[in-house]
Design a protein around this ligand. Structure first.
Ligand code: AMP
Length: 312
């Protein structure tokens, strides 16, 4: 699947983090995390044209940056500055279905003013990963003529940066959020109604991620459902949503078109990459995958949801 010359380039902005994760498998400290870390790794399996904008502090291990370079990712937009790397502390409930944020330390993100390298400004696909919506807008403003802009966000920004978030929504084509965030953003419990409301804020499509219940794509009155693969081993759901976004956008870059059927396939590819991510801690589930394993899991998804049309 590694295309040397992908049809479209993908620019990713997001957090590059060190995470402390607590839950049924104990406390794990200083794991590599951050939205951009998962997105870039998932997307890199589909296209060699991924570039990342982000910031790291002087405590961030260089080997994680080198690893991205080995995957063919352009890291010239990752800035290292004096201070601490963004640090997130979260705790999962015993069933891994819900989590709470215990601490968010912005560190070097607090003063980050991204300057896109010239080569990044012609990106065709842009993924604004979960990060302060003011930074998402700042980055988007530097891209010349993107064909597809997708964005993620989270409850923190809906709570404290709603105005900036609404400004950002007016400029994106696709919003990708989880069900709780959709309800909070729309102030509406029913997901179909919430989706209709959010689509009035600007995006033409909305992806609602629902953990092990799969993901829904709402667009132009229609809805498409991608299932989640029932897995035997789930240890760390952190980054599942970002890996989904990376698989989806990476596949769109690889496929080179934005037709409805390609977008449906991309939803499944997102589910494939999300399913790998949750099987290990941090980005480990995304490490060392092969085209064959990705293809095999994609085929399992076809079987999972295939049924015949009947005439009653
Ligand atoms: P996900 O599980 O897909 O929602 O993504 C989890 C990742 O998001 C973790 O690795 C965190 O480092 C990162 N994260 C958590 N809170 C924030 C935040 N407020 N801004 C940016 N990234 C965050």
């Amino acid at each position: 699947m590694h295309k040397r010359s992908a049809h479209r380039s993908l620019l990713v902005v997001g957090s590059v983090a060190l995470d402390d994760i607590d839950g049924p498998f104990g406390m794990h400290r200083d794991l590599l995390g951050g939205s951009a870390s998962f997105v870039a790794r998932a997307a890199a399996y589909f296209t060699r044209s991924v570039s990342v904008v982000g910031v790291i502090g002087d405590d961030f291990p260089q080997r994680y940056v080198d690893e991205l370079v080995e995957l063919g990712v352009d890291v010239s937009g990752i800035e290292r500055t004096a201070g601490d790397t963004f640090h997130w502390v979260g705790r999962y409930a015993p069933d891994l279905a819900t989590r709470e944020t215990l601490d968010t330390r912005l560190g070097v993100f607090a003063n980050f003013d991204p300057k896109l390298p010239e080569s990044y400004r012609d990106a065709e696909l842009v993924l604004l990963g979960n990060i302060d919506p003011a930074l998402q807008l700042n980055v988007l403003g530097q891209v010349r003529a993107p064909k597809l802009v997708a964005a993620d966000t989270m409850n923190l920004w809906i709570d404290i940066k709603r105005d900036e978030l609404l400004k950002m929504l007016a400029k994106v084509h696709t919003l990708m959020i989880n069900d709780e965030e959709a309800r909070q953003l729309a102030e509406e419990h029913n997901l179909r109604r919430a989706a209709a409301k959010i689509l009035k804020y600007g995006p033409t499509s909305l992806v609602i991620k629902r953990g092990d219940a799969g993901a829904l794509l709402f667009h132009g009155g229609g809805v498409f459902a991608a299932p989640a693969m029932p897995l035997t081993d789930v240890v760390d759901p952190t980054g599942a949503g970002d890996s989904f976004a990376g698989g989806l956008m990476g596949y769109l870059a690889y496929a080179g078109d934005l037709s409805p059927s390609t977008i449906r396939t991309a939803m499944i590819m997102g589910s494939v990459m999300g399913s790998f991510a949750v099987e290990r801690f941090s980005v480990d589930g995304l490490r060392g995958l092969t085209t064959e394993r990705i293809q095999q899991r994609f085929d399992e998804f076809i079987e999972l949801a295939r049924f015949e049309r009947v005439r009653l």
